[in-house]
Design a binder for this molecule. Structure first.
Ligand SMILES: [Zn+2]
Length: 475
């Protein structure tokens, strides 16, 4: 019966295609469908293929269509695309399976269908439909949806440097690699990164149709003695013959190059790039440990603003230094649980000078600096803002880190979003490493004050800062 089944499947595609778009999209060979997916886009063929099958749709803009391939995929969108790709339909049970996807949610039928097909199961009765899908989560649903052989793949050599046996999605990510669905990037899979619409389309097409599959190369045993991968964060970085700034330059690295890190001593990292080995200043490498979580072994300074004789901002019996220390200690605990080496500029009610705080970071060969503060102003001013310094050598990294932290605090502590801002505060100006200064909220505003002084909210702020740092290292 295989032919018969194929015909039925094709019919399903046509029905879905017509249902979603009318009858205009029946062929993917018709040329460019989306203005923002040029013919040299890495997933051009795949996106047009899925569009032709009616599995994906774009956004109508000024008479044309956009696909927005760089946008992240939400869990609700993923459910719909997958169910469509499998030629299945929405289902409409009377009782909702997930507490956060009630009847009437736009993706109710798709999510229920994905659940009944065994593709998704949620956590604690919730599906979190608006959360972004990580590449690890995606690997699981793709592997299940397309029945990939996870057992054989699990027994083979580890396919990606950053996905070892202790990663929860190891079997699925291995299966994606050994079935030609993903070949990652520079031996990395980036399991905690979000997946975008372009990448998801590529994976779906490869699951559906062998002609899109990528070549599978049997992996050799990974190079011994690599402790981390490091991404160059500046436009030009000298690789030197020995660990000294006056030593011969053996290669020039450029922004985005990914090097293998063999060892680190002080500020010098011994690295290999394109079979050439040498030493680079680690302040210009964004390093991710191999085979462990993104934060493990990273040297991070947490700076509780003010302290001792300097209370910082004050409102009645409340002061800034108490809140910053409480939050800083909680951030420390979160980071250390993930294996980071956390350096605190103060552990109690003491007063390190601004210069002390910078020197502490340098003396410990720190890789990231996060200063925690509380704002003050007119009683109507409220919300969170995060600062970076645009004149620093790692300004772009600092800005990215500031954005990641700001976003988490605003969402988790439900703060007004005052945005990411540029300022030359001493403790962020005088570093070469990525550095940010967070103003959690206003001690002078009653809404903010009640959060800043609540131990429950101090924990939320801390978890948000930790998550922001983790997100920074995941990308
Ligand atoms: Zn302050």
């Amino acid at each position: 019966m295989p032919n018969c089944r194929k015909v039925i499947t094709i019919c399903c595609y046509l029905v879905i295609g017509i249902f979603l778009f009318g009858s205009q999209s029946t062929s993917y060979a018709a040329g460019a469908t989306f203005k923002d997916v040029p013919s040299d886009h890495f997933a051009y063929d795949e996106i047009n293929y899925l569009s032709g099958l009616g599995i994906i749709e774009g956004y109508s803009v000024n008479g044309g269509k956009e696909f927005r391939p760089g946008n992240t995929v939400t869990r609700a969108q993923a459910a719909k695309m997958l169910v469509s790709a499998l030629g299945k339909k929405e289902v409409n049970p009377t009782k909702a399976s997930f507490s956060d996807v009630p009847k009437g949610h736009w993706a109710y039928g798709w999510i229920e269908s994905a659940r009944s097909l065994g593709l998704i199961n949620g956590t604690d009765g919730a599906y979190k439909p608006e959360d972004r899908l990580t590449r690890a989560q995606m690997s699981k649903i793709i592997a299940i949806a397309f029945n990939l052989d996870t057992k054989t793949a699990t027994g083979k050599t580890q396919a990606f440097n950053d996905v070892s046996k202790d990663q929860w999605a190891f079997e699925y990510i291995q299966a994606l690699y050994y079935n030609g669905v993903s070949n990652g990037n520079n031996n990395q899979f980036n399991p905690n990164s979000d997946i975008n619409r372009g990448q998801f389309s590529a994976f779906l097409s490869r699951g559906l149709n062998d002609k899109f599959k990528v070549e599978v190369v049997e992996k050799e045993v990974p190079v011994q003695g690599v402790i981390a991968n490091g991404k160059v964060t500046v436009s030009s970085l000298n690789m030197r013959a020995s660990a000294s700034a006056s030593s011969t330059v053996v290669a020039k690295l450029t922004k985005g190059n990914i090097v293998s890190v063999h060892s680190i001593s002080g500020y010098w990292a011994k690295v290999t790039y394109n079979k050439q080995t040498g030493y680079v200043h680690k302040s210009y490498l964004k390093m991710k440990s191999v085979n462990t979580g993104p934060l493990s072994n990273r040297i991070i300074v947490i700076d509780a603003g003010h302290g001792g004789k300097d209370p910082g901002a004050v409102n009645g019996k409340y002061n800034e230094k108490t809140t910053t220390l409480a939050v800083a200690k909680k951030v420390q605990a979160y980071l250390e649980k993930d294996g980071a080496k956390v350096i605190m500029t103060r552990q109690s009610d003491t007063y390190p000078t601004l210069s002390d705080r910078v020197v502490i970071a340098q003396d410990n060969y720190a890789e990231l600096f996060v200063s925690i503060h509380v704002n003050s102003g007119p009683s109507t001013a409220k919300g969170t803002e995060t600062y970076y310094y645009s004149g620093g050598e790692n300004a772009e990294e600092s800005k990215e880190l500031a954005g990641d932290i700001q976003k988490q605090i605003v969402a988790m502590a439900k703060m007004v979003d005052r945005g990411v801002k540029d300022n030359s505060f001493y403790v962020i100006k005088n570093h070469t490493i990525p550095s940010v200064l967070v103003e959690l909220g206003f001690i002078t505003n009653s809404d903010d004050l009640s959060k800043l002084t609540s131990s429950q909210y101090q924990d939320i702020y801390a978890e948000a800062i930790y998550k922001g740092i983790k997100e920074y290292y995941s990308n």
